[in-house]
Write a protein that binds this ligand. Structure first.
Ligand code: NDP
Ligand SMILES: N[C@@H](CC=O)C(=O)O
Length: 375
């Protein structure tokens, strides 16, 4: 039986779904001759770890208890019946996580980043250096300045990040296959935000913007702060990840990013709760008017991402209702890839582009994909 040791960073909507999928896929994985051994889990403040990272694991009932505690909004410190597991909190957590990476060096260990933090890059770069694998749902480690990015991607066979673009859709895998076949990629165009896709199509159907954004948040489509989606930053990160995969040496600062909310409603000015309760309704009329105007022209609004040899940009565009982008509904993403082989008729990838379930499934598939790197 192949034994894959995992350490999970981030136990929010995606992280919990990931743990639940591991537990529910036990018999399937056993048939495939694989066992996923979760050795530790951390959130923003605490860490729970098995007594011996080389041999022990957090058992399934304990993993489900972690999910229960975290979904109640409690800290890992409130976990009862720890048995032989240990909990750490505060400033020592980061060093403990790095120590675990060091231990995992010989036996094989994958760090799974399901956080939404830019701060995990320090730990990830250290554990990559130790020889660990890294699997990401978190886009931020891939959109750091180039110097840190280069370190993270220095061992490409040990890095997987399918869920960072298009949730569970096979966007990265398809691009990697095209790149390795030597087929030049001329252009990528698409709608890569599940949240903005859902918001635009629901507002088109007559619902208020503020109500639809709140629904997208509760459906698990948005980032922890939906302004990351509404401000275009989340799509910009996805576009940057794709552009860097194509070899472009760009940073987020180089990109033009169009926002659906004004600066005075930004995270540095307005607390999240205030934005959700008071800020969002103030935007209803403006968005509704823009959508009506597009409709009067026979069009719909879509938040579009475009990457070619010179451009890497994201923003709102009016597109014909009956185009591939215009026909998108709900949280679906669509990506069109134009290459020498797909010159006139692009390779098109389409489907659910957000949600905890599909994202976690993408992470799980990435892990099974690197099983050959484990003893
Ligand atoms: N939902 C979706 O459709 C998709 C999501 N993603 C990505 O998945 C990631 C997770 O999203 P989601 O689950 O919704 O986010 P949540 O906000 O629900 O959860 C984030 C988790 O990360 C933890 N965390 C924060 N900082 C750190 C840190 N420095 N180290 C370790 N853990 C940390 C939080 O801790 P605490 O509990 O203490 O706050 C929390 O448990 C995001 O990066 C998102 O962009 C990617 C594709 C699709
Ligand atoms: N918030 C993101 C989730 C996936 O990356 C989106 O809406 O697409």
């Amino acid at each position: 039986m192949k034994n894959i040791a995992l350490f999970l960073m981030g136990c929010g909507g995606v992280g919990r779904q990931f743990l639940q999928q591991i537990v529910s896929c036990r018999s399937l994985h056993a048939k495939q001759g694989v066992h996923l051994r979760v050795v530790g889990v951390c959130d923003s403040k605490s860490l729970v770890v098995a007594p011996d990272v080389l041999t022990a694991e957090l058992d399934d009932s304990f993993l489900l208890e972690i999910c229960r505690v975290k979904s109640n909004g409690s800290s890992l410190q409130t976990l009862k019946d720890l048995g032989v597991c240990q909990v750490f909190s505060g400033p020592e957590v980061t060093q403990k996580v790095i120590d675990i990476g060091h231990l995992g060096k010989s036996a094989g260990l994958a760090f799974v980043d399901c956080s939404a933090s830019a701060e995990t890059i320090g730990v990830l770069n250290q554990v990559v250096n130790f020889g660990c694998c890294v699997v990401l749902a978190n886009k931020k480690p891939l959109t750091v300045p180039m110097e840190d990015y280069d370190k993270l991607v220095s061992q490409p066979r040990r890095l997987r990040h399918e869920s960072t673009v298009g949730a569970g859709l096979p966007v990265i895998a398809s691009l990697n296959r095209i790149i390795s076949s030597g087929d030049p990629i001329y252009r990528i165009i698409g709608s890569l935000s599940g949240t903005l896709g859902y918001v635009m199509s629901e507002v088109e159907d007559g619902k208020p913007f503020s109500q639809v954004v709140t629904a997208a948040k509760s459906l698990g489509y948005t980032e922890p702060d939906p302004r990351d989606d509404l401000g275009g930053m989340d799509v910009a990160r996805k576009a940057l990840i794709l552009a860097r995969l194509l070899g472009r040496r760009l940073n987020l600062d180089d990109m033009k990013i169009e926002s659906l909310y004004p600066e005075e409603m930004g995270p540095d000015v307005m607390p999240l709760e205030d934005f959700l309760v008071n800020g969002l309704p103030l935007l209803d009329k403006k968005i509704e008017d823009r959508i009506k105007q597009a409709s009067a022209n026979g069009n719909v609004l879509r938040y579009v991402c475009l990457i070619d040899d010179v451009r890497c940009e994201v923003g709102i565009q009016e597109v014909p209702k009956d185009s591939a982008l215009g026909r998108l509904r709900g949280s679906d993403n669509v990506v069109e890839i134009y290459t020498r082989c797909y010159e006139k008729r692009p390779l098109v990838i389409q489907g659910a582009g957000a949600g905890n379930d599909t994202t976690a499934a993408g992470v799980l598939a990435d892990i099974l994909d690197i099983q050959d790197l484990f003893p």
